[in-house]
Design a protein around this ligand. Structure first.
Ligand code: LLP
Length: 471
């Protein structure tokens, strides 16, 4: 295709500017999936599939997940930890970012374990074929049933508080035992007291947090575990937050975590694992500039090795659990344009057939996304429009002041970097069914999540008899 203007004036600007081969780019630094390209009809393709053709076949809105990008992020994390950490390491996928069978199965096939936070996520991981010994169960309020399921399935439990520890100790007395026949594997999560620059809602490392033990209680915690024959403390965990662009907080965290591990060992616990959480940010807009997966992994590994040196500690098994940076830029959401409202001198609203129900991040965190017109990739961006969702809420705005070519009803828009915390936080607000999701690879597309129907939404409704007769 002959380009008649600079990329900066058209949708082409969202394609990668990197000269490197797709496999060696860090997908969290890209706006579009690694396989994104524009075909001779000026249309966007992902995974060798034309986006408009996907919408025609699978409907709209549509989550489009690029398998190659997800495999690239997974293998980059895995390989970087193997390269930079001389000890044993294990990358876990924080499945809260997008928990479904296909995503868990791909992560597992790349050698990743899974971090889960509910019975639903545990069952999804197990059914996706993830081995129980690579499943770590988190949460600040796990129910007794969830704890029982995770123990009996053989998962490792990340103890967040006394309630967890007391319930697990109780299991020991009641004879609830691990699938492995051995003691229950427990990791201790604490708040490391490290602040980072991100949205307040997604900070977790500060002392005033609902997650994890207060670091001042760790002596009592380790003492307690050392007195429970049914519990086996495998190590310590801390997570400082999400969508972080700085490397320094993770450097600091390594030292704090190794200090906590040393403390655990001083109580006679044979704790030999540390988990430094997730948190690496991704590029949602052109101005976002996150570090690469490789740089993040190198920072973490180097810091852990240095901290072990200082504490004269043998290298523990090193775990991390990224979510957003594994799956975020692997997915885009395609929408169809409906109504257009022009308020002269004020604003033009372009409404699409989804919104806060399939992507609650703009309304929740004021997150900013990028949008492009899938059928006119090289057309000049002549209009400034606000992309509104279809929900009955003024705040249901996906993107303010987006630059697009002139668009009308029926056009397909693509919002980028929607793989993390979109489907997983979606809702049925206004009784709108959730979109389908397709997995694309080498020109083939497979449904990984069926589109919900109106009947699905009524499935759990019950109408008491006395209301049925009301007119
Ligand atoms: N580990 C723990 C214990 C976590 O709480 C989280 C995220 C992760 C790992 C993964 O962090 P990531 O690599 O994805 O940053 N809904 C928010 C994000 C909430 C993050 C919750 N915890 C959002 O849409 O931005």
């Amino acid at each position: 295709m002959v380009l008649t203007q600079s990329r900066g004036e058209s949708g082409l600007q969202y394609l990668s500017e990197s000269k490197e081969a797709p496999q060696s780019r860090s997908p969290n630094q890209e706006l579009l999936p690694l396989t994104a390209s524009v075909n001779s009809s000026d249309r966007l393709e992902i995974g060798g599939c034309e986006v408009t053709a996907l919408v025609e076949k699978f409907g709209s809105p549509l989550y489009i997940l690029d398998e190659e990008t997800l495999r690239a992020t997974s293998s980059q994390y895995r390989d970087a930890f193997e390269r930079y950490y001389p000890g044993e390491s294990q990358v876990l996928y924080a499945s809260k970012a997008w928990s479904c069978l296909a995503v868990c199965a791909i992560a597992a096939s790349e050698g990743l374990g899974i971090d889960v936070v509910s019975a639903g996520e545990i069952r999804t991981a197990l059914q996706a074929g993830v081995s129980f010994d690579k499943i770590y169960f988190h949460g600040n309020n796990k129910s007794r049933e969830e704890l029982k399921l995770s123990v009996e399935s053989g998962c490792t439990i990340v103890a967040d508080n006394w309630h967890d520890l007391e319930t697990l100790a109780d299991f020991g007395k009641l004879g609830v035992s691990s699938k492995t026949g051995g003691p229950i594997r427990v990791m201790v999560r604490f708040t490391p007291g490290i602040e980072c620059h991100t949205h307040d809602y997604i900070k977790t490392g500060q002392i005033d947090s609902k997650f994890g033990f207060d670091p001042n209680s760790l002596d009592r915690v380790f003492q307690f575990i050392s007195e429970q024959p049914s519990l086996y403390c495998v190590g310590v965990h801390a997570h400082i937050g999400s969508q972080i662009f700085e490397l320094q907080p993770h450097d600091d965290l390594a030292f704090v975590i190794i200090g906590a591990l040393t403390k655990a060992q001083s109580y006679g616990l044979s704790a030999t694992e540390i988990n430094i959480g997730g948190g690496l940010g991704i590029r949602y807009t052109k101005t976002d500039d996150p570090p690469s997966i490789e740089d993040w992994a190198r920072t973490v590994c180097t810091a852990v090795v240095a901290a072990c040196d200082r504490h004269k500690l043998p290298l523990p098994k090193l775990l991390c659990e990224p979510g957003r940076s594994l799956v975020g830029t692997a997915c885009v959401t395609a929408y169809t344009v409906g109504s257009k409202k022009v308020i002269p001198g004020v604003r033009t609203y372009l409404s699409v057939d989804g919104g806060m129900s399939d992507n609650p991040r703009p309304i929740t965190y004021q997150s900013v996304y990028q949008v492009l017109a899938a059928e006119k990739m090289s057309a000049p961006l002549t209009e400034t429009v606000t992309i509104a969702g279809k929900h009955c809420e003024s705040g249901d705005i996906l993107i303010k002041d987006a630059k697009l070519p002139e668009c009308q009803a029926g056009d397909i828009l693509v919002v980028t970097a929607t793989g993390a915390y979109n489907y997983s936080m979606s809702s049925n607000y206004n009784r709108v069914p959730r979109p389908a999701a397709v997995l694309v690879r080498k020109g083939e597309a497979h449904t990984i999540l069926e589109r919900e129907t109106d009947e699905d939404l009524l499935r759990f409704d019950r109408l008491p008899e006395r209301l049925r007769t009301q007119k």
